[in-house]
Ligand binder design. Structure first.
Ligand code: ZN
Length: 680
């Protein structure tokens, strides 16, 4: 997994994948406003950067330069997403700031809302679905508004008039059929011609595929990432790559990125990190993809630096052919306390393996835990802004991952912001049985959810072994669900173990109940809000959660371990006996490990088909209706903090952090200070 997304900013277990770190609550925060804005299906949040003040002045200076480098790439992404995006954004911003008419009129407010969404999506297509969104104001209002402001403020091309601009942009903004989809994935069409993004121009899919197939050497064991940093165009009938580099495409922005990176290299924490930055600079200057691989390898080995970053053409989700990368940046520093937690767990990996409820023949005699780094984001840029992943695993090149490994990080201050914003949104109150569960959730939910994720990641996936001769793919389509269930159960079993108290990872033996309740409630009912009416569960993490919940509900029924109970026509999960629930988790873990170790396909099929796939239609409808009443925005994005260097005698001696900037102010400022690309 390259990129881990948070799907709904509501509640701990509402994530696409358990390969996520989730947050609930940290008690020490006061008067920090997490919620900034809300429009359409989006909410804008603010995140804190805890620990920033404890960095050394040099680390802060380094971080400051990297955050500037992160902001300079913003326009690149707009242009990559669609070639009209910069023109539309600049036109709308000019109207927004200079409109002489009534700024409280419905049309103008709709224009503001649309502009906010353009900022959110880095263009005119929905950030998640990729569908073009249509303004709620009319084309005639748009035309009047453009004409109402000084033409000198508009992004006009040579010889162009305001009316030309209106004629150019009107179909792009208002006609649903024009540039309808940013990245088309539909079968049986030319994916390049039908995609609105700007990675190819005047080129068909067949031509692009032939161009790159011709370039690839299949015997090469260390192939570069072909096409990663270029636009493919046809010039005089010939296909050519326009490389993104200093002196090439996007040079105006990349020169500034490089300028900040050069300053960063001069104050690097150590030689290894300095080399990483210098190699990235060399890549930006040459566009040479072998340099890029060299940079990636050096980056993987830089594990000691406190500060780390991603900056450049990274993920290829936007290209229907999966080759060309969008520009993104994330600057961060290691969360020492949280990383300590994963180290504690990993270094006791053998103890956990030896004491698990799994049959001895399926256990590893020599188990190694995985240490994942927990980080604090300092700035989000490009394709990580305003919507951001909550975890990243890079680099993407398969051979580099195989030969040199990868870095896996989870961004805890972002998940903390999600969780804080979710507090008091009514979700827990609507779905939890009583104040006891809500109080426990508020007190321990954040902690135990993180711990469960750590146990899942650092131990669960790496535990157990296959018997000799068993094919790792024996469970076929059921393999992923069984594997996730195995890792989740390992975490659930151990989150209630006194060993965690001994290691100082939980404050008492009450904490685990929060995770047990949250997990079971989600698996048994509330995760259904993500399934459309009439559909079954497809996604393997969701299947795994329902499998565990339904199996335990059934097996624990006779002893009344837990049940689904009705009150005032609403269904709730009630857990009566947490200790017995743990025993059930242990039993299911033992069985799932047996299935995995022996490659028992029939048993895997039986478990998944019985418990994981089908949805109770009445419960589903009820949950959807209760959820709809809460009016929650399914997608979230962020505003960044502002970093202000303190300069003395021409040298940066400190950097101050400020959280007060709003969503609109931030984008208008970015559009002034970090916007050097030509409109087309
Ligand atoms: Zn997993």
């Amino acid at each position: 997994m390259k990129r881990i997304l948070f799907f709904m900013a509501l509640f701990s277990s509402f994530v696409a994948c358990k390969d996520n770190r989730q947050a609930q609550q940290t008690p020490e925060i006061e008067n920090f406003e997490y919620m900034v804005d809300k429009f359409y299906d989006l909410q804008i949040l603010r995140y804190r950067v805890p620990g920033f003040e404890s960095l050394t002045p040099q680390q802060k200076e380094l971080l400051y330069y990297l955050t500037e480098a992160a902001l300079e790439g913003r326009d690149i992404l707009y242009d990559q997403n669609c070639k009209y995006n910069l023109c539309i954004r600049r036109t709308l911003e000019a109207i927004y700031e200079n409109y002489p008419g009534d700024k409280s009129s419905e049309d103008f407010l709709n224009l503001e809302k649309y502009l906010k969404r353009v900022w959110f999506s880095n263009g005119i297509h929905h950030h998640y679905s990729g569908d073009k969104f249509i303004p709620d104001f009319s084309a005639s209002f748009f035309a009047d508004a453009v004409r109402s402001i000084d033409a000198g403020l508009l992004p006009l091309q040579d010889g162009e008039t305001a009316d030309d601009l209106i004629a150019k942009l009107t179909p792009v903004m208002f006609d649903p059929a024009v540039l309808a989809k940013r990245t088309n994935q539909a079968p049986d069409v030319d994916l390049i011609v039908t995609s609105a993004n700007n990675y190819y121009e005047g080129v068909t899919q067949a031509e692009a595929e032939a161009f790159y197939n011709n370039m690839k050497d299949l015997t090469d064991e260390t192939p570069v990432s072909y096409g990663l940093n270029s636009k493919l165009v046809k010039e005089n009938g010939v296909l050519v790559e326009k490389t993104y580099k200093v002196g090439g495409l996007y040079t105006e922005a990349l020169e500034r990125v490089v300028g900040w990176l050069e300053k960063a290299a001069a104050v690097a924490e150590n030689d290894k990190q300095k080399e990483v930055i210098e190699t990235l600079i060399a890549f930006n200057k040459t566009g040479d993809l072998e340099k890029f691989d060299e940079y990636c390898i050096k980056w993987v080995y830089d594990v000691d630096s406190r500060i780390d970053f991603v900056n450049g053409f990274t993920e290829t989700y936007g290209d229907p052919l999966g080759m060309k990368a969008s520009w993104e940046s994330l600057v961060n520093f290691k969360n020492l306390e949280a990383t300590e937690r994963t180290v504690k767990i990993s270094s006791n990996a053998q103890w956990f393996e030896d004491h698990s409820p799994v049959a001895p023949e399926f256990k590893k005699t020599d188990v190694k835990g995985v240490t994942a780094k927990v980080i604090t984001a300092a700035i989000l840029g490009g394709d990580c802004y305003p919507a951001t992943p909550i975890g990243i695993n890079l680099p993407n090149s398969n051979w580099i991952r195989h030969d040199h490994g990868s870095k896996s990080v989870t961004i805890e201050n972002i998940t903390e912001a999600y969780a804080q914003a979710a507090l008091g949104n009514g979700f827990a109150e609507e779905f939890m049985w009583s104040d006891t569960e809500i109080a426990r959730h508020n007190k321990y939910g954040y902690l135990t959810d993180n711990l469960h994720t750590d146990l899942h990641e650092c131990l669960g996936h790496g535990s157990g072994k296959l018997l000799p001769g068993v094919d790792g793919d024996a469970l076929k389509a059921y393999g992923a669900t069984i594997e996730e269930a195995r890792a989740d159960l390992f975490g659930l079993y151990y989150v209630a173990d006194p060993k965690l108290l001994e290691l100082g990872l939980v404050p008492d033996m009450e904490a685990y109940k929060a995770q047990y309740y949250d997990y079971m409630m989600n698996g048994a009912m509330t995760q259904l809000v993500r399934i459309e009416k009439g559909k079954t569960i497809e996604e393997s993490h969701m299947r795994n959660r329902q499998l565990i919940a339904q199996w335990c509900l059934e097996k624990g029924a006779a002893d009344k371990v837990m049940e689904l109970r009705k009150r005032d026509g609403k269904t709730y999960l009630v857990v009566n006996d947490y200790e017995k629930l743990r025993t059930l988790f242990g039993q299911l873990l033992a069985e799932i490990q047996r299935i995995k170790s022996t490659g028992d396909f029939e048993a895997a099929k039986q478990l998944v088909e019985t418990y994981a796939v089908q949805v109770n239609p009445e419960l589903h409808e009820e949950v959807l209706a209760r959820y709809a009443e809460l009016h929650l925005a399914p997608y979230s994005g962020f505003v960044n903090p502002v970093y202000e260097p303190v300069v003395k005698d021409g040298k940066i001696v400190d950097v101050l952090i400020d959280y007060s900037e709003g969503y609109v102010e931030q984008h208008l400022r970015y559009s002034k200070d970090y916007s050097v690309l030509p409109t087309f």
